[in-house]
Design a protein around this ligand. Structure first.
Ligand code: F6R
Length: 243
């Protein structure tokens, strides 16, 4: 796409079509969602479709990819806050159908909590659609370099580059949490459909490595190469290094 605006409208249209199709068949619709700058225009459009074109989220269940740890829900840097600000506060999704990793789980309870998150996804029927951005480290969710192909939801140590990229919104790297809870590579790959979005020149190099490089844990997003139904939606700048 020439720009992220038109690309985001396409992605939102696909999500809306899925929601409507599932509703027409009386089936639940399970969405895996991302935060960060990449999906903002998609959420804006979904809110518009809800307000102006009657798109209902009553039968939608969502699972967010990740959350910083430790992190309170009320903190404006939390992914909990982000999702409510950009999407959930403006649509008709029932609160009990929203799932975001809890940044306040006690460390000793984390293992059980993460297993429970996986179980909840399964009980909901599995992810129908997973929306992704990509970090400059090649992370999807917060699956940083070294993440295993078979990884599930777990606690992860954030890469230095990821913390540098997050520093401006935390007013300094010293305020960026060192850890996060993230869905795993296997969790993401279990989705029936995956759409990864990348905008801007600063994503061009990692997009090239992800699409054209060999599948390797050093660039976890390369694990998407053998997903049966995955699309990368890019603007011209993010696609500029592709051969
Ligand atoms: C966010 C997430 C991350 C971001 C990635 C890109 O929930 O899982 O993988 O998608 O860090 O962030 P932006 O979109 O801000 O460039």
């Amino acid at each position: 796409f020439s720009d992220s605006q038109s690309a985001s409208l396409e992605v939102a249209a696909e999500i809306a079509a899925l929601i409507r199709e599932k509703a027409a068949n009386n089936e639940p619709c399970v969405l895996g969602l991302a935060t960060g700058s990449s999906p903002i225009k998609v959420y804006d459009e979904l809110v518009r479709l809800h307000r102006e074109e009657g798109l209902s989220f009553k039968h939608v269940t969502t699972f967010n990819l990740d959350e910083y740890h430790p992190m309170t829900r009320e903190n404006i840097q939390s992914y909990h806050y982000f999702m409510h600000e950009h999407l959930f506060d403006h649509i008709d999704i029932p609160a009990q159908q929203i799932n975001i990793p809890d940044g306040q789980v006690k460390t000793e309870d984390l293992h059980q909590y993460c297993l429970g998150y996986e179980e909840k996804i399964q009980q909901a029927g599995g992810l129908d659609f997973q929306l992704l951005g990509i970090g400059r480290t090649g992370h999807i969710g917060f699956n940083e370099p070294g993440s295993h192909y078979n990884s599930g939801t777990r606690m992860i140590t954030l890469d230095y580059i990821t913390r540098v990229d997050a520093a401006p919104s935390f007013l300094g790297i010293e305020n960026v949490p060192r850890k996060a809870i993230t869905m795993g590579i296997a969790t993401v790959r279990s989705a029936k459909r995956v759409v990864l979005m990348g905008w801007g020149q600063h994503k061009a190099e990692i997009i090239k490595e992800t699409v054209e490089g060999t599948i390797d844990s050093h660039v976890p997003a390369t694990y998407l190469q053998d997903h049966p139904n995955c699309t990368f939606v890019l603007d011209d700048e993010a696609a500029s290094e592709l051969t």
